[in-house]
Write a protein that binds this ligand. Structure first.
Ligand code: ADP
Ligand code: ADP
Length: 224
């Protein structure tokens, strides 16, 4: 069963009178529970692909289909609702709110989604424990190391139990040992929750641990 499908997706940018073609009738699909690595050089279009698949940007042609629902015809509000409920994002830099604790950062999306503080706190603590950062729940982001910050950011990304996790170089700012440790926790979380993940990375060692590897070539998404 497919969770995510890209069907003949086009994405172009206009750079003056030059047209930059990032995706050209690109096809891709992600099965439930599948973890796929997206490996491509800087500027190849990894962020563009993740933002298009994550409904942050609209395709110029073709469509993104999530759980069987074609998302192109949907209104911006409907796309935002799907994004909040079903998609979690992790970036190279954590984007945690600096004035709040790790716990509060992970509680936030659940509070926005309407959970009670008690329910949100319970799940947030569980996720922080799962990411092996529960003992630092009361610390603010500035009091955590880079790897700890990323573990909190991953817990926050899955706080609302999304179906799809999209990660853009989630360990790109970490030294190799820390990157491997953070990836271990991420992988365990994905496997345990049955979530599907598309993870952009430059780290071939981590890419090799995923189910499949794809790259971008001449506007297409191809396996390698
Ligand atoms: P990656 O994530 O692989 O580094 P990006 O998706 O960020 O690649 O960018 C792909 C290409 O598209 C780059 O050449 C970049 O400069 C260009 N690009 C990205 N966003 C825009 C934009 N909003 N307007 C114009 N060009 C863009
Ligand atoms: P919020 O509930 O904070 O208003 P949004 O509906 O704006 O969230 O966005 C949902 C998800 O998309 C969040 O995980 C957020 O981090 C991500 N997001 C929103 N806007 C952008 C953007 N411009 N670039 C990257 N990620 C974004």
């Amino acid at each position: 069963k497919l969770l995510l499908e890209l069907k003949a997706v086009d994405r172009r940018y206009n750079e003056g009178d030059r047209k930059l073609v990032i995706l050209d009738k690109a096809d891709f699909s992600l099965k439930h529970g599948e973890m796929v690595a997206l490996v491509a050089p800087s500027g190849a279009g990894k962020s563009t692909l993740l933002h298009t698949a994550g409904l942050l940007e609209r395709a110029d042609g073709g469509d993104v289909i999530l759980s069987g629902v074609p998302c192109g015809p949907l209104s911006d509000d409907d796309r935002t609702a799907i994004r909040r409920n079903d998609i979690g994002f992790v970036y190279q830099f954590h984007h945690l709110l600096p004035e709040f604790s790790a716990l509060e950062n992970v509680m936030m999306p659940q509070m926005v989604a309407g959970l009670s503080p008690k329910q949100a706190k319970e799940r947030a603590l569980q996720l922080l424990d799962y990411m092996k950062i529960g003992h630092r729940a009361d610390h603010r982001p500035a009091e955590l190391s880079g790897g700890e910050q990323q573990r909190v950011a991953i817990a926050r990304a899955v706080a609302n139990a999304p179906l799809l996790l999209l990660a853009d170089e989630p360990t790109g700012n970490l030294d190799p040992t820390t990157a491997s440790y953070v990836f271990d926790a991420l992988e365990a979380l994905v496997r345990q929750s049955g979530l599907s993940a598309l993870i952009a990375t430059h780290n071939h060692e981590l890419a090799a641990r995923m189910d499949r590897r794809v790259t971008l070539s001449q506007g297409k998404i191809v396996s390698f």
